[in-house]
Design a protein. Structure first.
Length: 123
């Protein structure tokens, strides 16, 4: 199992955003997390993506940018930069979406090899 966090891709971001994480059209992506320093995460851990209540794939954390501020609340936040394209599951796994960030030990990640191709998710 591989430690990391889960993040839900909002439906308003669209299936295009999700697909772009896995189809090779971008080489990195930025996620946000509340806080001023990553306490449990480290470079090399994963961001597991959820879309439409399904675990879709995972992306390896490349770096953190600290010192950012949430423009709405003024509270500190961390920018998490991940490498793309990531590992996409050939068959998504049911996983309830959520707001914010949740830690995971990767227990929902199937032991099967992910599909490295860009097969689009059902949206």
């Amino acid at each position: 199992m591989s430690f990391g966090i889960t993040k839900t891709i909002p439906a308003t971001a669209g299936i295009e955003t999700l697909n772009s994480l896995y189809d090779g059209s971008r080489n990195e992506f930025e996620f946000h997390m509340a806080g001023s320093e990553p306490k449990r995460l480290k470079v090399g851990d994963y961001v597991y993506t959820i879309f439409n209540d399904q675990l879709q794939g995972r992306l390896r954390i490349k770096s953190f940018i600290t010192g950012a501020t949430n423009p709405g609340s003024g509270k500190p936040r961390i920018l998490i930069i991940v490498d793309a394209p990531g590992d996409r599951l050939q068959t998504p796994v049911p996983k309830k979406g959520h707001r914010g960030t949740r830690y995971t030990d990767g227990q929902d990640w199937p032991q099967l090899r992910p599909n490295k191709s860009s097969s689009p998710a059902q949206g």
